[in-house]
Design a protein around this ligand. Structure first.
Ligand SMILES: *Cc1c(COP(=O)(O)O)cnc(C)c1O
Length: 427
């Protein structure tokens, strides 16, 4: 355990020793009202790498110079542009290249994957998800149930925290899976909960789901680029994630889709098909009869939105250079320091400070994010730190989410945030 100190000198010393510190200068840090922000919302929209513009400009230039010929003549031909991203994205989620494709947007991909992996029958039709899942996931699951003629309240089992608690006991998820048993068709859970920042043991959940014969998938919006993922090794059936949170790849940017190798050649899986998922050799013969490309690419519907892909590639190149292991090591240190400073404030101010961190204390059960339940202080506290230049995230009814991101946030950011927080509480 590192001995942390609540001082600017200490924070600066940490930055000096941090091998990833130089990466901060590769990002645009927003300056709002003349103040360089303390940007702690990389869990919502990651910052822009300075290289993004070059990557996009290159494709604009190719489009200008080649028109349609750019599909084959551009330096990175658009026809297969997504392929330049696959290997790098696969490393981030612990997958084989065959198992990953960058395509569409996140909720779209969840639906496409559920078209394949939610196949309810008369007796096996239930879905297990976490309570307070991200709204889009809730709507996606409800509509999937209805699409198959099921009432959502009959089909969907939500596992929530126990009475008076904020986090979900993993054993409760496992118990729910076992209890549903042969009636369970699919488990679909957020790998890291967007609200509490709780990271689930995906390997354990996958095993439990498979034991009762269900498919298991994860929404990795808050996990990709944030925590260690081993999707292939864990045997996860399917997953999807967005690229605009920890992966810094432009607002509403393209999404990642994972289908495990064991399903790569299964042509019997039902799916919604489009021409970009069709066998590359015969795609342009434009003949009837869909022949899926083996692996994740077979789930593509449309040709690649190259400008969004270029933004994603710019970011993936940075991730590839740094590697997830180094990122995760710094992430733990940064968030532990943040936790230390918040607890220090809370200890010193005693009754004047009524907030509590609801994210797990154990660093193996969380990513970068800490969620602070603000109790009595709430919105005014949030508004006060915002005025001081902190970009954090407010979630009704009473939670402030903050995520220091190892690629561009510094220990000094964390220290300055704690200064703002203390000042705001004392106001
Ligand atoms: C951010 C997020 C989404 C957003 O979905 P889009 O389709 O990209 O708009 C969905 N689910 C979770 C869990 C998220 O965190």
């Amino acid at each position: 355990m590192v001995a942390y100190k609540n001082s600017l000198e200490f924070a600066k010393e940490k930055d000096k020793k941090d091998p990833l510190n130089p990466y901060r200068s590769k990002f645009h840090i927003p300056v709002i009202n003349g103040i360089e922000t303390i940007y702690f919302t990389g869990n919502s929209l990651g910052l822009q790498p300075k290289s993004t513009k070059e990557y996009i400009d290159k494709e604009l230039e190719a489009w200008k110079n080649w028109g349609v010929e750019g599909h084959f003549e551009a330096e990175k031909p658009w026809f297969s542009y997504h392929e330049f991203l696959t290997e790098k994205a696969a490393k981030i989620v612990g997958a084989q290249p065959l198992e990953v494709v960058i395509t569409h947007s996140l909720t779209t991909n969840l639906h496409l994957l559920m078209a394949s992996f939610y196949q309810p029958t008369e007796t096996r039709y239930k879905i297990i998800c976490e309570k307070k899942a991200f709204p889009s996931d809730q709507y996606a699951l409800e509509s999937q149930a209805k699409f198959h003629g099921r009432k959502p309240e009959e089909a969907i089992i939500e596992v929530g925290p126990r009475e008076g608690e904020h986090l979900i006991h993993e054993e409760d998820i496992i118990a729910a899976i076992n209890e549903a048993g042969e009636s369970l068709a699919m488990v679909m859970i957020g790998g890291v909960n967007y609200y509490t920042g709780q990271l689930f043991d995906m390997e354990k959940i996958t095993k439990a789901g498979h034991n009762v014969g269900a498919f298991v998938g994860f929404d990795l919006a808050h996990a990709a680029g944030n925590v260690k993922l081993e999707l292939h090794k864990w045997g996860v059936d399917f997953a999807a994630w967005c690229s605009y949170k920890y992966l810094n790849s432009s607002p509403g940017g393209v999404s990642g889709l994972f289908v495990h190798e064991k399903h790569a050649h299964n042509k019997e899986l039902p799916r919604f098909a489009g021409w970009w998922g069709h066998d590359k050799e015969t795609r342009f013969l434009m003949e009837p009869g869909f022949q899926p490309i083996p692996g994740a690419e077979g789930w593509q519907l449309s040709n690649a939105p190259v400008l969004g892909m270029a933004a994603h590639l710019a970011s993936l190149d940075i991730f590839d250079e740094v590697g997830m292991d180094a990122l995760i090591e710094k992430r733990k240190d940064l968030t532990n320091y943040l936790e230390f400073l918040i607890n220090d404030i809370s200890d010193r101010l005693g009754d004047a400070c009524t907030f509590e961190i609801i994210t797990p204390k154990n660093e193996t059960q969380r990513g970068a994010q800490l969620s602070i339940l603000a109790h009595g202080m709430g919105k005014p506290l949030f508004d006060a730190i915002t005025k001081m230049g902190v970009i954090a995230d407010w979630r009704e009814p009473n939670v402030i989410r903050i995520a220091p991101v190892p690629l561009y946030n510094s220990f000094e950011d964390v220290y300055r945030f704690s200064e703002c927080l203390e000042k705001a509480i004392n106001q």
